[in-house]
Design a protein around this ligand. Structure first.
Ligand code: AMP
Ligand code: MG
Length: 389
């Protein structure tokens, strides 16, 4: 059995560089940038009006101004504006020569081609060339996640395609002769397959892709065949169940037979001790304990950071500081425990968690309390960090 820290180190050592592809910007939401975005433009690209109004020189304190031109957005001004003159200008239009100020329409009066300033407007109401961004500025960096705002920023640079990291394809295989797909009738002794669906959702949430391999009964040949198929078609294989000490837990030996190098088979973590991790060439394989909370938490702790790296993103868990509202005690302290808890406004509350088969607690939990090796109690009132999930 190895420590959680050691397991992380082993996983990190197997990392490979993510692959890159070029995609249209409208398909880029949620993807990870594989290029820096450096501006080839000044933004705004020219001095422009920020208001509908009249462009004048700020030094001109004439009483009235002849309107010599009307400038809509997108037009290039034709005339230079002299003393006693102005141009009627629309928001976003280019300022004409001789002007540096726009008097907003609301404080003016217009009559027979002449403009009078009727009220006070001290603002200049102009946006100067390069005020937001200058040529050569790095706007976004490789590794940034593309959210809605970033899609707009990339478009504003005039780019209609962008380089992103390729989505890894993750195969999910569920083992267990007792497991039945939701929607079917349960016979005595059977249970519904929840792991395939929670895993699939966890993978999709990160932005990777899923290939579902269905349920395979506890039969060495069948499990071997399914894993072999996956090893030639996906980037990572997640196998649920079949990794514990039971008579029908065949997964580690099957993986070895298929040429998968097993890097670890047991981790000092609770829940999820019998977690298996292996590689086969550039493919990654996890054997996840079948208990639903274990599967969920092991994904969060080990699979998620690796999958994010394959997506080109550096994941760092987010911790929240809070005060324990109850005592948390345990009998053995040889494993690092992750206990589902509820965090709210600095308070950390226990939820009635009966162990790794008790899946519905996860809907109340929004954080994991880490209890280090060697610690058997965390008392009410203590201040601790919890990991957001
Ligand atoms: P195993 O690791 O195969 O020994 O499974 C441990 C426990 O998790 C058993 O009680 C299984 O019935 C349960 N289990 C295994 N796979 C699933 C699954 N896909 N969905 C829900 N529970 C599962
Ligand atoms: Mg099983």
């Amino acid at each position: 059995m190895i420590s959680v820290e050691k397991a992380h180190k082993i996983i990190n050592k197997t990392l490979t560089y993510p692959k890159i592809e070029t995609i249209p910007i409208e398909k880029s939401l949620g993807r990870i940038l594989a290029q820096d975005i450096v501006s080839g433009l000044n933004m705004p690209p020219f001095d422009k009006s920020a208001m509908d109004g009249f462009a004048i020189s700020s030094k001109d304190n004439s009483e009235k101004f002849s309107i010599v031109e009307v400038i809509p957005a997108g037009a290039v001004p034709k005339k230079r504006i002299n003393r006693g003159e102005c141009a009627k200008i629309m928001t976003g239009a280019m300022l004409p020569d001789g002007t540096d100020r726009v008097v907003k329409r609301e404080v003016t009066k217009e009559k027979n081609g002449v403009m009078f300033i009727k009220g006070e407007d001290k603002a200049f109401n102009v946006c100067l060339e390069g005020e937001d961004i200058q040529v050569g500025d790095r706007i976004l960096a490789a590794g940034d996640k593309i959210r809605s705002a970033e899609v707009g920023i990339i478009a504003s640079m005039g780019m209609n395609t962008v380089k992103v990291y390729k989505k890894p394809l993750v195969g999910i295989l569920t083992t267990g002769s007792e497991i039945v797909e939701p929607g079917k009738k349960l016979a005595t002794g059977q249970i519904y397959n929840s792991n395939s669906y929670s895993l699939s959702a966890q993978i999709l949430e990160l932005g990777a892709e899923v290939k579902y391999g269905g349920i395979v009964s506890d039969n060495q040949k069948l499990i071997g065949k399914s894993i072999e198929d996956f090893l030639s078609t996906v980037d990572m294989v997640l196998i649920s169940g079949g990794v514990s000490m039971g008579d029908f837990d065949y997964v580690p030996q099957i993986l070895e037979k298929l040429g998968v190098t097993l890097h670890f088979e047991k981790v000092a973590i609770k829940p999820g001790k019998p977690t298996v991790f292996g590689t086969c060439g550039k493919k990654f394989v996890f054997g996840l304990p079948g208990n639903p909370v274990s599967t969920f938490i092991i994904f969060e702790i080990f699979v998620k950071p690796l999958l994010y790296s394959l997506l080109g993103y550096t994941f760092a868990p987010f911790y929240l500081k809070g005060v324990m509202q109850q005592d948390m005690k345990r009998k053995k302290s040889i494993r690092l425990a992750f206990v589902p808890v509820m965090y709210n406004k600095g308070k950390i509350s226990d939820i009635s968690y009966h162990g790794s088969a008790h899946f519905n607690v996860l809907s109340q939990a929004n954080a994991l309390l880490e209890i280090p090796v060697g610690i058997d109690e965390i008392l009410k009132g203590s201040e601790v960090d919890v990991r957001q999930i």
